[in-house]
Design a protein around this ligand. Structure first.
Ligand SMILES: CC(C)(COP(=O)(O)OP(=O)(O)OC[C@H]1O[C@@H](n2cnc3c(N)ncnc32)[C@H](O)[C@@H]1OP(=O)(O)O)[C@@H](O)C(=O)NCCC(=O)NCCS
Length: 222
């Protein structure tokens, strides 16, 4: 399992599935999802089975103070091109706006860069989901695109935003949105970084100082 500052991300177990049914029956939780209808237990069991067999996704249950409070993970993991889509939700509404979403996302991003060897992590979010957009920006996700009138929700069209986080050290040819970002022309990282003489400053998402596998006792390398 993965430890954030306050959350724990662990494997999803079959007894967790009724919680997903309960959360997705709530229109407020469902409002910002790709789903169009509540899910029943059989549908959740099918999803659980499929994601267990799908090597291009990694999903976690979110625990907070010993309680299962939401779900998160990576989808569309593309190992060749080193990118993946990240997603999260806090199903327990009473816990919104307490910093858990940011903690979860920072923990996932650290894991994606440090363990999955990703170069880019992207997410899709409805433009009117101001809470989510604000939280994602605080973890260093930058706006990369806006797809207008993409989804029909509540009787109107909604725009979909693409947001992105790039690996902090960029790597050869890597990109960053920091002050030492590579030239747009070459798309290459500065020579000193390529030569391994310096690292890019870690961006704002690094708010979960010791996240990674729980109990290793090792601080994450800087
Ligand atoms: C989106 C979600 C994951 C965020 O998690 P969270 O724990 O509620 O978020 P956090 O508390 O970490 O951060 C929310 C931030 O947005 C701010 N915020 C809340 N409502 C806001 C609004 N209407 N406009 C702008 N900012 C807002 C909060 O004040 C907080 O910022 P702060 O820490 O600077 O004060 C969670 O609310 C959720 O699961 N919502 C329902 C499902 C969903 O939208 N999933 C995401 C799909 S992309």
């Amino acid at each position: 399992m993965l430890c954030g500052k306050r959350v724990i991300l662990r494997a999803i177990e079959p007894p967790d599935l009724p919680n997903y049914v309960r959360w997705f029956a709530d229109p407020e939780v469902l409002a910002y999802f790709g789903l169009y209808q509540p899910q029943n237990l059989a549908q959740e069991q099918t999803w659980y089975q499929r994601q267990n067999e799908n090597s291009s996704s990694v999903n976690f249950a979110i625990d907070f103070e010993g309680r299962h409070v939401g779900g998160c993970g990576f989808a569309n993991i593309d190992a060749k091109n080193q990118h993946a889509e990240v997603g999260l939700f806090i199903g327990e509404k009473a816990l919104w706006d307490q910093g858990l979403g940011k903690d979860v996302l920072a923990t996932l991003v650290n894991y994606g860069f440090d363990f999955l060897n990703l170069h880019r992590i992207y997410l899709r979010v409805f433009a009117n989901n101001q809470r989510a957009v604000h939280a994602y920006e605080q973890i260093g996700f930058v706006h990369e695109g806006r797809f207008r009138e993409t989804k029909w929700r509540h009787g109107r069209w909604l725009d979909l935003l693409y947001m992105m986080s790039y690996a902090p050290n960029g790597g050869p040819g890597g990109r960053s949105h920091g002050p030492d970002a590579p030239s747009a022309m070459s798309g290459r990282a500065p020579a000193a970084i390529i030569a391994g003489k310096t690292r890019r400053p870690r961006p704002a998402w690094d708010i979960a100082p010791a996240s990674g596998w729980c109990g290793t006792g090792k601080p994450r390398p800087r």
